[in-house]
Design a protein around this ligand. Structure first.
Ligand code: GDD
Ligand code: MN
Length: 358
C-alpha cells in the first residue's frame, strides 16, 4: 500500500548524516504514515550501506543513479519513484531540521498546495552564515523575483526544504538543472495556494556542501531556461524595446517643443512635457504589447497612474545611482550613467510587473 507522505532526500557522500537524520525524522513523524526515499548519485562513502542497514527497522529505501549527477534532477527522479499523495523534499545533511516537518504537513492539511520552509519570513533565518553567502542568497532570490514573477508567491523560492501535493506536478514538465528544484516546481507546477513556514538553516556538522561556482552559474542558466520556456524572456525584451522607443519619443517631443513650439531649451516645462509624453506612449505600448495577458489587473487609468508614478521614481533612482557612483565614488561618468540606466530599467520592470500588471 502506498504511504501518505513520501520524503525525498537527495544524497551525495552523506554517510555520516544518515543515521541521525533517519532517527530524527522518525521521531518527528511518529504520528504519520510516511516513507523516505534517498536518491543517491553513487556516493563514494557509506551512504548506501547505512540506508540499507536502516531499512530493516525504518520505512526507508535508496535508489542509486550511476550515470547522472545533480540535486534537482535527483529530486525529480525521487518524485517519479514514489507514490505518496504528499511529497516532502529536504537535504540529508541536517541543515533542514526534521522537527519542522510536522508544521509543513499541517499547513498542507490546512489547504495549501505548496508549503515552503522559509529562511525569509518572520521567525526564520540562517545560523552562522557569512556576509558573502547571505548576500549571494539574497541577490539570487531577487533575480528570481524580478525575472520570474510567479516565484513572488514565496519569499524563499531557493529553499531546498518544502512540501507539496502531488497534483501540483501531475502535468508539469520538469526540466531542472543545478540545485533549485523548488524554482522549477513553482514555475512549471499548477497550484493556487503557496505558504511559508519559518525555519532556521542550521550549520553543517558532518560532510561538506557540494554547492560551488559551477552550481551558481548553473543557476543563472536555469533562470534563463525558465524565462525562455515561460515567455518571460520575450516579455523582458519587449519591455526593453518599448523603453528604447520612449527615448526616441522623449527626444522628438523635446526637439519639437523647442524648435517648432517656441519653448526655450532651458525651460523645465519642455523637459517635463517630453518625459511625460514618453511615459504615456511607453505605457500604451507595454499595455498592448508587453503585458497584453495581464490587462485585467485593474482599470486602464489606474494602471496608467501606477506606471507613471513608478517611472518617475525610476528616473529619481537613476539620478541617485549616478550621483552615488560618479559624484560620491568617482567612477567614470558614462559608466556611472549606464549603470544608472540599467538599475532604473530593472526597478521599472520589477515594480511594474509587481504593481501595475500583476
Ligand atoms: N543525488 C544528489 N546528487 N544529491 C546531491 C547532489 C548531487 O549531485 N549535490 C548535492 N546533493 C545533496 C546533498 O548530499 C545534500 O543532501 C543536499 O543535496 C544539499 O546539498 P548541499 O551541498 O549541502 O547544499 P547547500 O547546503 O549548499 O544548499 C542547500 O540549502 C539551500 C538553502 O535551503 C540546498 O538545498 C539549496 O538548494 C538551498 O538553496
Ligand atoms: Mn547543505
Amino acid at each position: 500500500m502506498s504511504k501518505a507522505i513520501s520524503i525525498i532526500i537527495p544524497t551525495y557522500n552523506e554517510g555520516g548524516n544518515i543515521v541521525p537524520l533517519v532517527g530524527r525524522i522518525n521521531k518527528a513523524m511518529s504520528a504519520y504514515d510516511y516513507e523516505i526515499l534517498f536518491v543517491d548519485d553513487d556516493s563514494k562513502d557509506d551512504t548506501a550501506a547505512n540506508v540499507e542497514k536502516l531499512s530493516k527497522t525504518y520505512p526507508v529505501r535508496i535508489v542509486v543513479r550511476k550515470n547522472e549527477r545533480g540535486l534537482a534532477s535527483a529530486v525529480v527522479h525521487g518524485i517519479l519513484n514514489t507514490t505518496g499523495q504528499k511529497v516532502l523534499v529536504m537535504d540529508a545533511d541536517l541543515q533542514h531540521p526534521p522537527e519542522v516537518i510536522p508544521s509543513l504537513v499541517k499547513a498542507l492539511e490546512d489547504g495549501a498546495d505548496i508549503v515552503v520552509a522559509s529562511r525569509y519570513v518572520e521567525g526564520g533565518g540562517c545560523q552562522e552564515w557569512g556576509l558573502f553567502r547571505k548576500l549571494v542568497s539574497r541577490v539570487s532570490t531577487i533575480i528570481a523575483h524580478v525575472f520570474l514573477p510567479p516565484t513572488r508567491s514565496v519569499n524563499d523560492p531557493m529553499s531546498g526544504f518544502f512540501m507539496f501535493d502531488r497534483k501540483v506536478v501531475e502535468n508539469a514538465k520538469l526540466q531542472p538543472r543545478g540545485y533549485k528544484i523548488l524554482l522549477e516546481i513553482l514555475m512549471e507546477g499548477e497550484f493556487k495556494k503557496a505558504v511559508e513556514v519559518p525555519y532556521t538553516f542550521v550549520t553543517r556538522d558532518q560532510g561538506e556542501s557540494k554547492l560551488n561556482i559551477k552550481q551558481q552559474l548553473e543557476y543563472i542558466r536555469h533562470i534563463y531556461s525558465l524565462m525562455r520556456r515561460k515567455g518571460e524572456l520575450w516579455r523582458f525584451i519587449k519591455f526593453c524595446l518599448v523603453g528604447a522607443s520612449g527615448i526616441g519619443v522623449n527626444f522628438g517631443i523635446f526637439a519639437l517643443l523647442t524648435r517648432v513650439g517656441g519653448m526655450k531649451e532651458t525651460d523645465f516645462l519642455a523637459l517635463a512635457i517630453a518625459t511625460e509624453v514618453a511615459i504615456i506612449t511607453n505605457f500604451i505600448l507595454n499595455d498592448i504589447f508587453t503585458f497584453r495577458d495581464r490587462r485585467s489587473s485593474g482599470h486602464f487609468l489606474t494602471r496608467l497612474l501606477k506606471f507613471n508614478v513608478i517611472c518617475v521614481a525610476g528616473a529619481l533612482v537613476q539620478a541617485g545611482v549616478y550621483a552615488l557612483l560618479y559624484h560620491a565614488i568617482g567612477i567614470h561618468d558614462l559608466v556611472s550613467y549606464l549603470i544608472g540606466i540599467i538599475i532604473a530599467t530593472l526597478w521599472n520592470y520589477l515594480l511594474n510587473t509587481w504593481i501595475t500588471w500583476r
